[in-house]
Structures are given as C-alpha cells and as structure tokens.
Design a protein around this ligand. Sequence first.
Ligand code: HEM
Length: 143
Amino acid sequence: MTSSSTESAVGAPAALIRQARGQVMGLITQFLLGMAVNLIGLPSETKDGSKTATSILLTVHMLIAAGLAVGAVLVLRLARATDRRTRRLATFGAVAIGATIVAGSATLPTENNWWSYAMAVGFAAALLSYGALLLSRTDHAST
Ligand code: HEM
C-alpha cells in the first residue's frame, strides 16, 4: 500500500491526530513558560533584566494561548466525523482551554494565586482530554 492510499484511508483521523498532538505540545510548552513566569515573577513584581525576561515569556505564553484556542476549534471540527467518545474528549479539551484562558486573563489584573492555581488545573484537564483522545484514536488506527 502506498503512503498516499494509507493517508486517504485514514483521512480525517490522521489530521485529527496531528492536531491533537499539536495541542499536547502547545500545552507542555505553555506549562514550561508559565512556570518560568511564576519563578521569575510577574512584570509588575520585577525590574531590569528580570522584568524584560518575564515580559517576553508572558507575551509568548499569551500568543500560545491564542494558538491553543484556534487548535481546540480545529480539533472540535475534525472530531465531528468520529465517534461519540472522541467528540466528547474534543469538547472537554476545548472547554478546559477556554476556562484556562479566562483564569489566565484574571490572574494578571488580580494577581490572585487562586486564578493561577485554576490555570494549572485547566492545563491538567486539557492535557488529559487530548491525551485520552490521542490514545483512543491511535488504538483505532492500529486495528
Ligand atoms: C490554555 C491556556 C493557558 C494555559 C494552559 C496556561 C498554563 C499556565 C501554567 C501551567 C502556569 C504555571 C503555574 C501557575 O502559575 O499556575 C501559568 C502561569 C501563568 N499564566 Fe498561564 N496559561 C494559559 C493562558 C494564559 C493567559 C491567556 C494568560 C494571560 C492573559 C496567562 C497568564 C499567566 C501568568 C501571569 C502566569 C504566572 C502566574 C503567577 O506567577 O502566579 N496564562 N499558566
């Protein structure tokens, strides 16, 4: 079987797996950037080089959040043509990403640690959703 016929046979699931993998990689990058901001301190709490470093890290963190939101919508759309469990996991992932962005947006103005904690919870929920989605889709692809 040629690689092109393999691709057409699995079609949408292959794109779905790629997109869900992208979400997992984005989430892990997001976690590492967020922990670095947490370690250095918020821009309002730092000065000089630390302020510049944390501002850059936070800007990238916010850009990746936007990318994760777009990715969540793409996963939702690609999951439409699949089974109920995959659709539900795609929905959980999108809800977790949305809620985490709300928590992140509330962390900055309030500087309340509970919003920051909510971001960590949202990260774990989104990672579990996309991880479970990938595991079940990989099982389908191998059978
Ligand atoms: C899907 C989107 C996001 C994920 C998965 C995420 C995840 C995280 C994680 C795991 C941390 C480190 C642990 C913690 O402090 O909770 C963190 C820190 C942080 N994130 Fe996010 N975040 C997201 C979106 C955002 C957005 C949209 C903003 C701002 C508009 C933001 C602002 C921050 C800030 C300011 C910190 C440092 C908090 C502190 O030092 O207390 N995050 N993020």
